[in-house]
Design a binder for this molecule. Structure first.
Ligand SMILES: Nc1nc2c(ncn2[C@@H]2O[C@H](COP(=O)(O)OP(=O)(O)OP(=O)(O)O)[C@@H](O)[C@H]2O)c(=O)[nH]1
Ligand SMILES: C[C@H](OP(=O)(O)O)C(=O)O
Length: 222
């Protein structure tokens, strides 16, 4: 991609993450899976060739630049949208003066192609909604737009754009809509993210797709 492309920030909570996966995974395993999904998202961004920075709640060892900010998700992302670079550690990422992408770290199905569709959006705001009301990824070209995560954030973001007189476009992408929150989401990783580190990690942890009673679920055999 080119210099006019967005700088992407990847929010990442390293501490006791993915609590909704507790029925299948203990805390250490959830931390390991979260880290593995981050690795897959960063690999897709790297392959796309777009600049990116991990926006983490605590230091994390990754090949990408990291900014540590332990404030809430919404506050930390809005600080970056406002051009704040506080918390960056070496090697520093470029200052996000132009368009900013926000791509969550729990999207192991994300491919360079799906991300390109999002990040080449020309609207003031381009959104990839998640299922159940979330906002899995954004491309923010208008510097006045601010995020408000949790709850039905896709609806809230649409409303915020409307109030601000901004054009909001939506990317219809199964790969970007699939974030890993609940055990059922692991089915999508096992079926559609073959070859990713996340799918390998799940198989090694004994998580498989079960169709025993005619329904498709993720189960653990050990
Ligand atoms: N920087 C930052 N990232 C966060 C924070 N909370 C969540 N994230 C990241 O935001 C994305 C969406 O997270 P959620 O699915 O809402 O929360 P989670 O803590 O991972 O999972 P649950 O415990 O199941 O709610 C993931 O990439 C998280 O790593 C936060 O407070 N700060
Ligand atoms: C951050 C939050 O993620 P969810 O909990 O919906 O996966 C959201 O998209 O608003």
């Amino acid at each position: 991609m080119t210099d006019a492309d967005p700088h992407v920030i990847v929010p990442f909570d390293a501490v006791d993450p993915k609590t909704r996966l507790s029925p299948l995974l203990d805390r250490a395993e959830r931390e390991a899976l979260a880290r593995t999904m981050l690795t897959d998202v960063l690999a897709a961004l790297r392959e796309l060739g777009v600049d990116h920075t991990v926006l983490a709640t605590a230091p994390v060892d990754t090949p990408a630049p990291v900014a540590v900010d332990d404030r809430s998700l919404t506050t930390a992302v809005n600080a970056r949208l406002a051009g704040d670079t506080v918390g960056e550690v070496e090697p520093p990422g470029p200052s996000p003066a132009g368009p900013v992408g926000v791509v969550m770290a729990d999207l192991p199905l994300a491919t360079p192609g799906a991300l390109r569709r999002l990040l080449s959006g020309a609207a003031d705001v381009t959104m990839a909604p998640g299922r159940a009301g979330g906002t899995n990824a954004l491309c923010v070209c208008d510097p006045t737009f601010r995020v408000d995560y949790h709850g039905t954030s896709c609806r809230d973001h649409r409303e915020a754009a409307r109030r601000g007189g901004l054009e909001l476009a939506t990317v219809d992408s199964f790969r970007l809509a699939t974030d890993v929150d609940e055990p059922a989401d692991l089915v999508e990783v096992l079926l559609h993210a073959r070859g990713t580190e996340s799918a390998v990690w799940l198989r090694e942890a004994g998580i498989t797709v079960d169709t025993g009673d005619g329904r498709v679920t993720a189960v653990r055999d050990r």
